[in-house]
Design a protein. Structure first.
Length: 393
């Protein structure tokens, strides 16, 4: 078995270093030079390391092919036993839970000096007509780097799949690439349950040794989260939202905050969170400022599949005009939870009960802030409603 440090080095190269075909493209010459300045594996002149680089990626290819032997013929490396393609049927094949797919390469695959190769992911939910995104869990194939929260599945007779139940993000349908494998629904159910409850482990999965804070696996997880963040296409939506039952959610909220209510029937989960009116004693009095509008955002702390705590959090909002409407900069000076994993959302509520959705929401919780842009005429249009969501790990 490969050592964890060697496995980490291999994972870094696969996730953050460009393949040989990219290194020698003229359009990426500057990006590759910038990459070489910060990467310990790509410091050699690309003309001199061509053979070594090809050898390294050939080794990776062989390992990958062994992981999915049923899908590749020994001669032409083409997939088999998968649904018919768009070219064969004239329509997109239906995406189903349990499918393992490679994401498509981004148009610009570079960020902060690193090249992000598309990871394999498991589809966790079938897309509904009302949803633009679907949740996926990132996957890697080296069990030496697995730890609690990874669902390790023996794949046939030659390898393992490690599904990162702690690293779920959202993509559009068109970002999903070719199918590599199809897993049964009980695997999907186990991933979702482990995502909601980090203490849960299915009977068929091996128990894994805890991760040391300063060990290779801790650094690997940091890099895996950065990869997921790069390919995540909806950064305002908490991954767990796709697995929340609305009826159960409202019951949980009424149990945690007796007296909570909604003036208008909410249409979706964010409407439930942002539109909820908390009991009076949740809102301490605060003085207003000439420059900022003070109000209260609803904060929901979610743990193991249920709402654990509800709070009102003071927010400061400043409205500015933009070329297409207005934008609110929202600052949260008293955020009572660690900013990592906190999601935010805002919409405008009109007196008629109508909701104006934002055209863009940017979350920067490391600065205790978010911004929301709207296509409306002025800053007096509607009342700003904000919800914050934190999944407790």
């Amino acid at each position: 078995m490969v050592s964890r440090r060697d496995a980490l080095k291999s994972a870094i190269r696969q996730r953050r270093c460009p393949p040989c075909s990219i290194k020698h493209m003229a359009q990426w010459e500057k990006q590759y030079k910038d990459h070489c300045r910060i990467c310990p594996f790509c410091e050699i002149d690309p003309k001199d390391d061509l053979k070594d680089d090809l050898d390294a990626w050939n080794v990776f290819e062989e390992h990958f092919l062994k992981t999915f032997p049923d899908h590749f013929s020994s001669g032409n490396r083409k997939l088999s036993n998968i649904p018919e393609t768009l070219e064969q049927t004239g329509k997109e094949p239906e995406v189903k839970p349990g499918e393992i797919r490679i994401l498509k390469t981004k148009e610009n695959p570079w960020d902060k000096g690193f090249y992000y190769s598309p990871p394999a992911v498991m589809v966790l939910k079938q897309k509904s007509a009302s949803e633009e995104y679907i949740p996926v869990a990132q996957i890697f194939s080296e069990p030496a780097l697995a730890g609690p929260g990874d669902l390790v599945i023996e794949n046939l007779t030659t390898g393992s799949l490690c599904i990162e139940t702690w690293n779920i993000f959202h993509v559009k349908m068109e970002s999903l690439g070719r199918i590599l494998y199809q897993k049964d629904q009980h695997i999907v159910d186990a991933v979702v349950t482990m995502h909601k409850d980090p203490d849960y482990s299915p009977e068929f999965a091996p128990l894994l040794v805890p991760i040391k804070p300063d060990g290779p696996r801790a650094l690997f997880r940091q890099y895996e989260q950065e990869t997921a963040q790069f390919f995540n296409e909806d950064k305002t939506l908490p991954p767990v939202f796709h697995f929340i039952d609305r009826t159960t959610l409202i019951a949980d909220l009424k149990n945690k905050a007796p007296g909570i209510h909604w003036k208008d029937a909410p249409d979706n989960l964010w409407d439930i969170f942002a539109g909820a009116v908390l009991p009076d004693d949740y809102y301490p009095m605060a003085a207003a400022s000439e420059d900022f509008m003070y109000y209260y955002a609803n904060l929901y702390i979610y743990e193991k599949g249920k709402i654990n705590e509800v709070r009102a959090v003071r927010a400061e909002a400043e409205c500015v005009r933009t070329e297409v409407g207005i934008a609110y900069s929202i600052f949260l000076p008293e955020l009572p939870v660690p900013w990592e994993g906190v999601y935010g959302y805002s919409h405008l509520k009109l007196r008629s009960g109508e909701i104006i959705l934002p055209v863009e929401v940017k979350v920067a919780m490391e600065y205790r802030s978010l911004s929301a842009a709207f296509e409306v005429d002025d800053c007096l249009t509607g009342i700003l409603k904000t919800a914050l969501f934190c999944q407790k790990i």
